[in-house]
Design a protein around this ligand. Sequence first.
Ligand SMILES: [Zn+2]
Length: 88
Amino acid sequence: MNNDEHDHKHCLEMFDRLSEYLDNELDEVTCKDIEKHVKECVPCFVCLQTLKRTVDLCKQTESRPVPKDFSKKLKKIIQNMPKTPPAG
Ligand SMILES: [Zn+2]
């Protein structure tokens, strides 16, 4: 595992697509990209699990879209994360 080049910018881009990912609205390549990322990025993995649970709950009760506030919160978490120190 090599996290030296991990860029949280990628996390933010990914978050924009997580709800689509969970709804299976993305193409295979993008899905694979997300899956690969969460395997290497613990914060994203946790967020994805949380989002997934939320979506599942929503689906169980009523079919309603994921609250916008939720993805905003996720973005805030990522933005407040310390930057990955450069290698070396
Ligand atoms: Zn990430």
